[in-house]
Design a protein around this ligand. Structure first.
Ligand code: 26W
Length: 812
């Protein structure tokens, strides 16, 4: 992109003057950011266009990743990195007097996702481009991303995240590519020459306008596209003049309601709610997305029967399942296909990824709502259901309950997971254990019916953002040790194994970790005015707040440590800094109370001179992608402590591992696969396993009260939730949490796993004292993390689900 640093500095300074009319001395960080991102855009424009031409000319098969969420974070640094000029730019800017760290702070995070599912989509885009696959994202351009979290008096308060306020340097609005999406109305059925024709009348039309974001992969990759759709009003949505009385106000109402479709991201990733606006969002994404896919396909001048050879659509959880009936609609109504042929095409094109087994998160839309909002789509779903029931009845003639259990439409609800499994050719879980649970339990009926459709694709993370970019110090050390091939072939991080006992290398790794911890300590000081000791052990849990992720278990352990220290101030423990970061869904009462509890405990401990030399608790406000990039490289210990069977995979676990943190975790999600590679010596496993948890659910035999009565440590901690004194300023302050555990019999086995968790932390304490051995474990973690690069995951998706080969461009 730039030959060298001097060329860059020269070009950059010139652009400041030419484009903004400011000199180097006058330029603000914001000016610098604008010019830099503009230079990248200029640089990639031609490649972007060329990529699309190549895809078209070579008639490459393309995959479209449909997702309601893309949790991208910032793009400046990542784009520079992938273009191979990050270091050069950093140095050049520093010489011109602008620290890069300050410049990149000018960019708002694109926080268009809640957590794991949205971040996975973003990692996948990076890998698709970097591995030269023709793969694009299809999503919604929410005006407001995930809320900004403020902590006031220990409580979470939500503020709107107007991330577009300063504009978005990375998007290109493409009004010429707009499509129309239709809601409401009535379906009129006519017979024309022996064929039934379905026409929807009196519908409300919405304009879907795409904003394209270039996805720049690493090295000389193609430039793929993330297409985000924005809802805008039509000038004449009702196909009638506005002359009549009151109709102008009707237009204003219409316009407001249309714009609300892409107004904000639903901030809940744990509880499904049957909200009309959410259904509108989903159909908006699916209809606009599929129309656009078909339009691009149309340019190939091939018959639509060839669609499965040229297009794969992957749906990220069930949120975009309406892709299935929408594609059916377009094939049948607009292209004259018969049902069976359309079904066959749809089936071959669509694949579905499941990300959760939590039953409260499964989407089931009220039939009446679908029928009114999407009358034609509803008809198609009814027909899918009718035919599916016949198929099931033939296969299971004496099992009517089974037919009802598996049906798509039942109990006045439409079950999106059933529609997705039946309508697509592939369903995958996101870690080995998770896929097994789907097959054996959650989706057992479907596994029996369609065993060949089920497969596992263990999640991954992009090592470019999460190691190379977020932890340049460590990346440089790795380069020194094993060369740079791992950047293209992350599995080669394995070669680090040979250095794990090398004491010089260990020291270097330790030094990098210390520097990262100092940086985080400085951030904490700047944000919260709290001094933390960078030599203490940084024990970190950052992720969405949810009962099953068990932040509570972590807090109970901290309280227990505190109690021990109060009793015995001389107790010999390694000084620890516990760090939390977590957003709670705004309507998730218990989760918000847990945030309050963490902050209450933190205030108490941090203010207690008797202990605060050895114990600190920090709750970092507004956990986000860019904050994760600061936190994760500074971790010594990674907390992955979900109730076994509940965390589908986890991806934070992989990010920490890749940055040399040791995991304290349960045998859940991808922890199981980490454990398989690392063995028991290099991580700290504790607690019930998935089978034991399942047994308790099925057969009973667990009593939270018994735990409380039989373990004095638990007793003491639980009582502190409701008795004025150490934690509570008034009686019953955390009665709600107390009750959630004791009266609801500890649904997530916090008390049951407490003892094992305490023991695991004693082992951590012991292990940390042996510095060389700890460093060895850290290095082994890094060495084995290559398997969790999303590059590996994407290769598996490409070869096993999408049947996609990398693209060769002009011999590159
Ligand atoms: C309808 C509300 C809603 C919204 C989002 C329900 C559920 C979701 C997601 C499926 C929740 C989610 O993000 N799941 C996470 O997906 C990650 C990527 O596969 C996994 O690593 C996490 O374990 C899983 O919790």
């Amino acid at each position: 992109m730039f030959k060298d640093k001097e060329t860059f500095k020269h070009a950059f300074t010139k652009q400041l003057v030419d484009k903004l009319g400011v000199t180097l001395e006058e330029a603000t960080e914001s000016d610098v950011y604008k010019i830099l991102s503009g230079m990248i855009r200029e640089q990639i424009g031609r490649d972007w266009a060329e990529t699309n031409t190549t895809y078209k000319e070579q008639k490459e098969k393309q995959v479209y990743y449909f997702s309601m969420e893309f949790l991208i974070g910032r793009l400046l640094g990542n784009n520079l990195l992938n273009l191979g000029v990050l270091n050069l730019v950093k140095e050049g800017l520093a010489e011109l007097g602008y620290p890069f760290e300050e410049v990149e702070e000018q960019e708002s995070d694109a926080g268009l996702g809640n957590g794991g599912l949205g971040r996975l989509a973003a990692c996948f885009l990076d890998s698709l481009a970097s591995l030269q696959y023709a793969g694009h994202g299809t999503g919604i351009r929410y005006k407001y991303g995930l809320f900004e979290q403020k902590i006031l008096d220990g409580n979470q308060v939500e503020l709107p995240d107007y991330w577009l306020q300063k504009g978005n340097e990375w998007e290109v609005r493409r009004p010429d590519k707009q499509v129309e999406v239709r809601f409401w109305g009535n379906v009129v059925t006519r017979e024309v020459q022996g064929r039934l024709i379905f026409e929807t009348v009196q519908y409300e039309a919405v304009r879907a306008v795409p904003y394209d974001v270039p996805i720049i992969g690493f090295g000389h990759s193609p430039i793929n596209t993330l297409r985000l759709w924005s809802a805008e009003s039509m000038m004449d949505p009702f196909r009638q003049p506005y002359g009549q009385e009151g109709s102008y106000y009707r237009y204003l109402d219409y316009s407001r309601s249309v714009e609300s479709i892409s107004e904000f991201l639903y901030p809940d990733d744990s509880h499904y709610e049957g909200k009309l606006l959410r259904l509108k969002q989903q159909y908006f994404l699916c209809s606009a997305g599929v129309q656009s896919v078909l339009r691009t396909f149309g340019k190939l001048n091939l018959p639509l029967t060839e669609l499965p050879k040229k297009v794969a659509i992957q749906i990220n959880d069930t949120h975009p399942t309406l892709v299935i009936p929408e594609l059916m609609r377009l094939l049948i109504d607009d292209n004259g296909f018969g049902w069976d042929e359309a079904w066959d095409i749809t089936n071959q094109v669509v694949g579905y990824t499941n990300h959760t087994i939590l039953s409260e998160a499964l989407e089931k839309w009220p039939q009446q709502m679908v029928k009114e909002l999407l009358p034609r789509i509803y008809m198609i779903i009814e027909e899918i259901d009718r035919r599916f029931r016949i198929q099931l009845s033939e296969r299971y003639p004496d099992q009517p309950e089974r037919v009802s259990r598996m049906a798509v439409a039942e109990n006045n609800q439409i079950r999106m997971a059933h529609l997705a499994i039946h309508g697509g050719h592939s369903i995958n879980g996101v870690a080995a254990l998770h896929t097994e649970i789907l097959k054996k339990r959650e989706m057992k009926d479907f596994y029996e019916l369609y065993p060949e459709r089920f497969n596992n694709k263990t999640n991954g993370i992009t090592h470019r953002r999460w190691l190379l970019y977020a932890n340049p110090g460590l990346a440089a050390l790795v380069n020194d040790c094993i060369g740079t091939r791992w950047i293209k072939h992350p599995q080669e991080l394995n070669s680090l194994i040979k250095c794990c006992e090398d004491s010089r290398f260990q020291d270097e790794v330790a030094k990098v970790k210390s520097r990262n911890k100092e940086r985080l300590a400085q951030y904490i000081l700047d944000k919260q005015g709290i001094v933390v000791n960078p030599d203490s052990l940084f024990d970190i849990q950052v992720k969405r707040l949810h009962a099953y992720k068990r932040q509570l278990l972590n807090v109970f352990h901290i309280l227990h440590l505190y109690n021990q220290l109060k009793e015995n101030p001389q107790m010999d423990i390694v000084p620890r800094t516990f760090v939390f970061g977590a957003k709670a869904a705004p309507s998730y009462y218990l989760a918000k109370r847990i945030i309050k509890l963490i902050n209450t405990v933190a205030a108490r401990i941090n203010g207690d001179k008797a202990v605060n030399e050895v114990l600190k608790v920090i709750f970092l406000e507004n956990y986000s992608v860019s904050l994760a990039e600061k936190i994760i490289p500074a971790a010594d210990v990674s907390e992955q402590i979900s109730t076994a069977s509940k965390e589908a995979s986890g991806t934070g676990n992989m990010k920490f591992m890749m940055n040399g943190a040791l995991t304290v975790g349960t045998m859940d999600g991808a922890n199981v696969e980490m454990h398989e590679m690392l063995g028991g010596d290099n991580m700290f496993i504790f607690g019930l396993n998935a089978e034991q948890v399942q047994n308790f659910y099925q057969c009973g035999g667990y009593s939270a009260w018994d735990m409380y009565n039989s373990d004095s440590r638990i007793h003491e901690v639980m009582d502190q939730l409701i008795t004025p004194g150490l934690i509570c300023s008034q009686a019953n302050e955390f009665q709600d949490i107390y009750q959630s555990i004791l009266d609801h019999n500890d649904e997530y086995f916090v008390l049951k796993d407490f003892s094992g968790y305490v023991e695991a932390h004693l082992k951590v304490d012991l292990a940390y004292r042996n510095k060389p051995d700890w460093q060895k474990k850290a290095i082994l973690n890094i060495a084995h993390s290559g398997k969790f690069s999303s590059d590996c995951t994407i290769r598996e998706y490409a070869s096993e689900i999408w049947r996609l080969n990398p693209v060769r461009r002009n011999g590159k």
